[in-house]
Design a protein around this ligand. Structure first.
Ligand code: 2RA
Length: 340
Protein backbone atom coordinates (compact mmCIF):
# COMPACT_ATOMS: atom_id res chain seq x y z
CA UNK A 1 0.00 0.00 0.00
CA UNK A 2 1.38 3.43 -0.93
CA UNK A 3 0.82 7.02 0.09
CA UNK A 4 -1.78 9.60 -0.89
CA UNK A 5 0.24 12.74 -1.66
CA UNK A 6 -0.75 16.22 -2.83
CA UNK A 7 1.46 18.82 -4.51
CA UNK A 8 0.35 22.38 -3.75
CA UNK A 9 1.76 24.85 -6.29
CA UNK A 10 1.94 22.22 -9.01
CA UNK A 11 2.18 24.73 -11.89
CA UNK A 12 5.23 26.62 -10.54
CA UNK A 13 8.92 25.87 -11.21
CA UNK A 14 9.35 23.95 -7.95
CA UNK A 15 5.95 22.23 -8.00
CA UNK A 16 6.60 20.83 -11.48
CA UNK A 17 10.03 19.57 -10.36
CA UNK A 18 8.42 17.92 -7.31
CA UNK A 19 6.14 15.92 -9.62
CA UNK A 20 9.06 15.06 -11.93
CA UNK A 21 11.19 13.84 -9.04
CA UNK A 22 8.40 11.83 -7.39
CA UNK A 23 8.06 9.97 -10.68
CA UNK A 24 11.82 9.67 -11.33
CA UNK A 25 12.41 8.20 -7.87
CA UNK A 26 9.38 5.90 -8.00
CA UNK A 27 7.91 7.36 -4.83
CA UNK A 28 5.40 4.77 -3.51
CA UNK A 29 2.18 6.71 -4.16
CA UNK A 30 -1.29 5.27 -4.47
CA UNK A 31 -2.65 8.71 -5.37
CA UNK A 32 -0.99 11.95 -6.51
CA UNK A 33 -3.06 15.14 -6.69
CA UNK A 34 -1.84 18.37 -8.30
CA UNK A 35 -3.20 21.50 -6.61
CA UNK A 36 -3.06 25.08 -7.82
CA UNK A 37 -4.86 28.38 -7.47
CA UNK A 38 -8.31 28.76 -9.02
CA UNK A 39 -6.83 30.82 -11.92
CA UNK A 40 -4.74 27.77 -12.91
CA UNK A 41 -7.63 25.30 -12.46
CA UNK A 42 -7.46 22.45 -14.93
CA UNK A 43 -3.91 23.19 -16.07
CA UNK A 44 -2.24 19.97 -17.16
CA UNK A 45 1.05 19.06 -15.46
CA UNK A 46 3.31 16.05 -16.03
CA UNK A 47 3.77 13.28 -13.49
CA UNK A 48 6.16 10.84 -15.16
CA UNK A 49 4.39 9.53 -18.25
CA UNK A 50 1.02 10.65 -16.86
CA UNK A 51 -0.71 14.02 -17.10
CA UNK A 52 -2.57 15.45 -14.12
CA UNK A 53 -5.17 18.21 -14.26
CA UNK A 54 -4.75 20.67 -11.39
CA UNK A 55 -7.47 20.87 -8.75
CA UNK A 56 -8.45 23.94 -6.71
CA UNK A 57 -6.24 24.28 -3.63
CA UNK A 58 -8.78 26.60 -2.02
CA UNK A 59 -11.53 23.99 -1.83
CA UNK A 60 -9.41 20.85 -1.59
CA UNK A 61 -10.07 18.51 1.37
CA UNK A 62 -6.77 17.03 2.64
CA UNK A 63 -8.56 14.46 4.80
CA UNK A 64 -7.16 10.99 4.13
CA UNK A 65 -3.98 12.31 2.50
CA UNK A 66 -0.71 11.21 4.09
CA UNK A 67 1.43 14.17 3.06
CA UNK A 68 1.44 17.33 0.97
CA UNK A 69 4.43 19.04 -0.65
CA UNK A 70 3.87 22.80 -0.60
CA UNK A 71 5.52 25.25 -3.01
CA UNK A 72 3.10 28.18 -2.84
CA UNK A 73 4.99 30.93 -0.99
CA UNK A 74 4.62 32.06 2.60
CA UNK A 75 1.36 34.02 2.24
CA UNK A 76 -0.64 31.12 0.79
CA UNK A 77 1.11 28.61 3.06
CA UNK A 78 -0.14 30.60 6.06
CA UNK A 79 -3.71 29.85 4.90
CA UNK A 80 -3.50 26.30 3.63
CA UNK A 81 -0.77 24.53 5.65
CA UNK A 82 -2.69 24.66 8.97
CA UNK A 83 -5.81 23.44 7.13
CA UNK A 84 -3.95 20.43 5.69
CA UNK A 85 -2.14 19.73 8.96
CA UNK A 86 -5.42 19.81 10.90
CA UNK A 87 -6.88 17.26 8.47
CA UNK A 88 -4.08 14.88 9.42
CA UNK A 89 -1.95 15.46 6.31
CA UNK A 90 1.76 16.12 7.04
CA UNK A 91 2.86 19.29 5.22
CA UNK A 92 6.40 19.52 3.78
CA UNK A 93 6.71 23.24 3.11
CA UNK A 94 9.23 24.89 0.77
CA UNK A 95 8.44 28.45 1.91
CA UNK A 96 10.37 30.21 4.68
CA UNK A 97 7.24 30.56 6.86
CA UNK A 98 7.93 27.73 9.33
CA UNK A 99 11.72 27.26 8.94
CA UNK A 100 12.60 29.15 12.12
CA UNK A 101 9.69 27.85 14.21
CA UNK A 102 11.09 25.80 17.14
CA UNK A 103 8.10 23.45 16.83
CA UNK A 104 8.80 22.69 13.15
CA UNK A 105 11.79 20.58 12.07
CA UNK A 106 13.96 22.06 9.28
CA UNK A 107 15.41 19.07 7.47
CA UNK A 108 18.11 18.18 4.97
CA UNK A 109 17.98 14.36 5.07
CA UNK A 110 21.73 13.98 4.54
CA UNK A 111 22.39 16.21 7.58
CA UNK A 112 19.72 15.84 10.27
CA UNK A 113 17.33 12.97 9.42
CA UNK A 114 16.66 12.36 13.11
CA UNK A 115 14.82 15.70 13.26
CA UNK A 116 11.94 14.06 11.33
CA UNK A 117 10.53 12.78 14.61
CA UNK A 118 9.68 16.36 15.64
CA UNK A 119 7.09 16.74 12.87
CA UNK A 120 4.07 15.86 14.97
CA UNK A 121 4.02 19.07 17.03
CA UNK A 122 2.42 20.95 14.11
CA UNK A 123 2.24 18.19 11.46
CA UNK A 124 4.52 20.45 9.41
CA UNK A 125 8.13 19.99 8.23
CA UNK A 126 10.14 22.85 6.70
CA UNK A 127 12.36 22.65 3.63
CA UNK A 128 15.45 24.93 3.77
CA UNK A 129 16.31 27.79 1.47
CA UNK A 130 17.95 26.59 -1.76
CA UNK A 131 21.27 28.31 -1.04
CA UNK A 132 21.41 26.70 2.42
CA UNK A 133 20.57 23.15 1.31
CA UNK A 134 23.49 22.64 -1.04
CA UNK A 135 25.95 24.21 1.40
CA UNK A 136 25.00 22.15 4.47
CA UNK A 137 25.15 18.90 2.50
CA UNK A 138 28.86 19.62 2.05
CA UNK A 139 29.51 21.16 5.47
CA UNK A 140 27.93 18.42 7.62
CA UNK A 141 30.40 15.56 6.83
CA UNK A 142 33.32 17.95 7.30
CA UNK A 143 31.84 19.24 10.58
CA UNK A 144 31.52 15.65 11.85
CA UNK A 145 35.25 15.14 11.22
CA UNK A 146 36.71 18.50 12.33
CA UNK A 147 34.16 20.73 14.04
CA UNK A 148 33.46 23.93 12.06
CA UNK A 149 34.05 27.29 13.77
CA UNK A 150 33.24 29.72 10.95
CA UNK A 151 31.94 29.75 7.36
CA UNK A 152 32.27 32.61 4.88
CA UNK A 153 30.18 32.04 1.75
CA UNK A 154 29.50 34.04 -1.41
CA UNK A 155 26.63 32.78 -3.55
CA UNK A 156 26.03 33.13 -7.29
CA UNK A 157 22.29 32.44 -7.48
CA UNK A 158 20.41 31.74 -10.70
CA UNK A 159 17.32 33.66 -11.72
CA UNK A 160 15.08 30.59 -11.41
CA UNK A 161 15.30 31.14 -7.66
CA UNK A 162 13.00 34.08 -8.34
CA UNK A 163 10.50 31.90 -10.22
CA UNK A 164 9.35 31.88 -13.84
CA UNK A 165 9.16 35.67 -13.81
CA UNK A 166 12.86 35.85 -12.97
CA UNK A 167 13.75 33.53 -15.85
CA UNK A 168 11.53 35.50 -18.26
CA UNK A 169 13.18 38.79 -17.20
CA UNK A 170 16.69 37.48 -17.92
CA UNK A 171 15.58 36.06 -21.25
CA UNK A 172 13.73 39.21 -22.36
CA UNK A 173 16.48 41.59 -21.19
CA UNK A 174 19.17 39.55 -22.89
CA UNK A 175 17.24 39.62 -26.17
CA UNK A 176 16.68 43.37 -25.82
CA UNK A 177 20.43 44.00 -25.52
CA UNK A 178 20.71 42.83 -29.13
CA UNK A 179 17.58 44.69 -30.13
CA UNK A 180 17.96 48.23 -28.70
CA UNK A 181 14.49 49.24 -29.83
CA UNK A 182 13.02 46.76 -27.32
CA UNK A 183 13.94 48.01 -23.82
CA UNK A 184 13.11 45.64 -20.92
CA UNK A 185 13.35 47.56 -17.61
CA UNK A 186 14.19 45.79 -14.34
CA UNK A 187 11.01 44.51 -12.62
CA UNK A 188 11.61 41.22 -10.75
CA UNK A 189 15.19 42.26 -9.88
CA UNK A 190 16.43 45.54 -8.45
CA UNK A 191 18.64 46.34 -11.48
CA UNK A 192 19.32 44.92 -14.96
CA UNK A 193 20.26 41.25 -14.62
CA UNK A 194 21.36 40.59 -18.20
CA UNK A 195 25.18 40.77 -18.38
CA UNK A 196 25.18 41.97 -14.79
CA UNK A 197 25.30 40.69 -11.19
CA UNK A 198 23.18 42.01 -8.30
CA UNK A 199 24.39 41.76 -4.65
CA UNK A 200 20.86 41.84 -3.28
CA UNK A 201 18.37 39.00 -2.78
CA UNK A 202 15.25 39.50 -0.65
CA UNK A 203 14.97 42.56 1.66
CA UNK A 204 17.69 44.48 3.53
CA UNK A 205 18.00 43.91 7.29
CA UNK A 206 18.99 46.56 9.86
CA UNK A 207 22.58 45.31 10.04
CA UNK A 208 23.12 45.77 6.29
CA UNK A 209 22.80 42.10 5.38
CA UNK A 210 19.89 40.84 3.28
CA UNK A 211 17.22 38.39 4.44
CA UNK A 212 18.63 35.77 2.02
CA UNK A 213 21.96 36.06 3.85
CA UNK A 214 20.23 35.93 7.24
CA UNK A 215 18.45 32.73 6.13
CA UNK A 216 21.77 31.02 5.38
CA UNK A 217 23.03 31.92 8.85
CA UNK A 218 19.89 30.91 10.76
CA UNK A 219 19.25 27.72 8.79
CA UNK A 220 22.84 26.43 8.93
CA UNK A 221 22.72 26.84 12.70
CA UNK A 222 19.37 25.03 12.99
CA UNK A 223 20.34 22.16 10.68
CA UNK A 224 23.94 21.53 11.77
CA UNK A 225 25.10 23.39 14.91
CA UNK A 226 24.07 26.68 16.50
CA UNK A 227 27.73 27.36 17.39
CA UNK A 228 28.79 27.71 13.74
CA UNK A 229 29.41 31.34 12.72
CA UNK A 230 28.29 32.12 9.17
CA UNK A 231 28.93 35.23 7.06
CA UNK A 232 27.07 35.18 3.73
CA UNK A 233 26.94 37.42 0.67
CA UNK A 234 24.14 36.40 -1.69
CA UNK A 235 24.37 37.56 -5.31
CA UNK A 236 21.98 37.15 -8.26
CA UNK A 237 23.71 36.22 -11.50
CA UNK A 238 22.54 35.87 -15.14
CA UNK A 239 22.24 32.08 -15.05
CA UNK A 240 18.88 30.37 -15.61
CA UNK A 241 19.20 27.33 -13.29
CA UNK A 242 21.92 26.25 -10.85
CA UNK A 243 23.24 28.03 -7.78
CA UNK A 244 26.99 28.27 -7.24
CA UNK A 245 28.78 29.07 -3.99
CA UNK A 246 32.33 29.93 -2.97
CA UNK A 247 32.70 28.51 0.54
CA UNK A 248 35.50 29.19 3.01
CA UNK A 249 35.55 27.14 6.21
CA UNK A 250 37.57 27.46 9.42
CA UNK A 251 37.69 24.39 11.68
CA UNK A 252 38.53 23.80 15.34
CA UNK A 253 41.36 21.48 14.20
CA UNK A 254 43.44 21.02 11.06
CA UNK A 255 41.78 19.08 8.22
CA UNK A 256 43.98 18.13 5.31
CA UNK A 257 42.52 18.87 1.87
CA UNK A 258 43.07 15.27 0.67
CA UNK A 259 41.25 13.86 3.69
CA UNK A 260 38.46 16.42 3.19
CA UNK A 261 38.15 15.39 -0.47
CA UNK A 262 37.94 11.70 0.53
CA UNK A 263 35.28 12.51 3.15
CA UNK A 264 33.19 14.41 0.58
CA UNK A 265 33.62 11.64 -2.00
CA UNK A 266 31.97 9.25 0.46
CA UNK A 267 29.33 11.72 1.69
CA UNK A 268 25.64 11.24 0.68
CA UNK A 269 24.34 13.61 -2.02
CA UNK A 270 27.83 14.82 -3.00
CA UNK A 271 29.72 14.44 -6.29
CA UNK A 272 33.35 15.60 -6.20
CA UNK A 273 34.68 16.83 -9.55
CA UNK A 274 38.00 18.35 -8.66
CA UNK A 275 40.99 18.30 -11.00
CA UNK A 276 43.53 21.11 -11.14
CA UNK A 277 43.27 21.41 -14.91
CA UNK A 278 41.13 23.15 -17.58
CA UNK A 279 37.53 22.06 -17.05
CA UNK A 280 38.38 20.09 -13.90
CA UNK A 281 35.44 21.64 -12.00
CA UNK A 282 31.67 21.95 -12.31
CA UNK A 283 29.77 25.00 -13.58
CA UNK A 284 26.02 25.70 -13.10
CA UNK A 285 24.89 24.69 -16.58
CA UNK A 286 26.38 21.24 -15.94
CA UNK A 287 24.38 20.61 -12.75
CA UNK A 288 20.91 21.20 -14.20
CA UNK A 289 18.61 18.19 -13.77
CA UNK A 290 21.07 16.36 -11.51
CA UNK A 291 20.35 15.32 -7.91
CA UNK A 292 23.92 15.85 -6.72
CA UNK A 293 25.62 18.74 -5.02
CA UNK A 294 28.92 19.12 -6.86
CA UNK A 295 32.17 20.07 -5.11
CA UNK A 296 35.19 21.45 -6.94
CA UNK A 297 38.27 23.66 -6.28
CA UNK A 298 38.86 22.14 -2.83
CA UNK A 299 42.05 23.53 -1.35
CA UNK A 300 43.73 24.46 1.91
CA UNK A 301 43.29 28.05 3.10
CA UNK A 302 46.72 28.77 4.52
CA UNK A 303 45.77 32.30 5.59
CA UNK A 304 44.20 30.83 8.76
CA UNK A 305 45.29 28.00 11.06
CA UNK A 306 42.68 25.38 10.03
CA UNK A 307 41.06 26.54 6.82
CA UNK A 308 39.64 25.03 3.63
CA UNK A 309 37.94 26.59 0.59
CA UNK A 310 35.76 24.94 -2.04
CA UNK A 311 33.33 25.62 -4.90
CA UNK A 312 29.82 24.17 -4.62
CA UNK A 313 27.23 23.89 -7.42
CA UNK A 314 23.74 22.39 -7.39
CA UNK A 315 20.43 22.58 -9.25
CA UNK A 316 18.51 25.01 -7.04
CA UNK A 317 15.15 23.66 -8.23
CA UNK A 318 16.21 20.13 -7.24
CA UNK A 319 18.45 19.79 -4.18
CA UNK A 320 17.65 23.41 -3.38
CA UNK A 321 13.93 22.75 -3.28
CA UNK A 322 11.99 19.91 -4.94
CA UNK A 323 14.46 17.06 -4.43
CA UNK A 324 15.02 17.90 -0.77
CA UNK A 325 11.24 18.01 -0.23
CA UNK A 326 10.78 14.61 -1.88
CA UNK A 327 13.67 13.19 0.15
CA UNK A 328 11.88 14.43 3.30
CA UNK A 329 8.72 12.68 2.09
CA UNK A 330 10.70 9.46 1.57
CA UNK A 331 12.25 9.82 5.04
CA UNK A 332 8.83 10.48 6.61
CA UNK A 333 7.43 7.38 4.92
CA UNK A 334 10.41 5.18 5.81
CA UNK A 335 10.86 6.30 9.41
CA UNK A 336 7.40 7.36 10.56
CA UNK A 337 4.35 6.51 8.43
CA UNK A 338 5.86 3.19 7.26
CA UNK A 339 3.40 2.40 4.49
CA UNK A 340 4.36 1.09 1.09
C1 2RA B 1 16.22 32.83 -4.46
N1 2RA B 1 16.66 31.49 -2.47
O1 2RA B 1 17.17 32.26 -4.98
C2 2RA B 1 15.73 32.42 -3.08
C3 2RA B 1 14.35 31.81 -3.15
N2 2RA B 1 14.32 30.64 -3.93
O2 2RA B 1 15.58 33.75 -5.02
Amino acid sequence: MGYKIAIAGATGNVGREMLNILAERGFPADEVVALASRKSLGTEVSYGDRTLKTKDLDTFDFTGFDMALFAIGSDATKIYAPKAAKAGCVVIDNSSLYRYDPDVPLIVPECNPQAIHGYSKKNIIANPNCSTAQMVVALKPLHDRAKIKRVVVSTYQSVSGAGKEGMDELWDQTKSIYNPTHDVPAKKFQKQIAFNVIPHIDVFMDDGSTKEEWKMVAETKKIIDTAIKVQATCVRVPVFVGHSESVNVEFEEFLDEDEARDILREAPGIMVVDKREDGGYVTPIECVGDFATFISRLRQDSTVENGLSFWCVSDNLRKGAALNAVQIAELLGREVLKKG
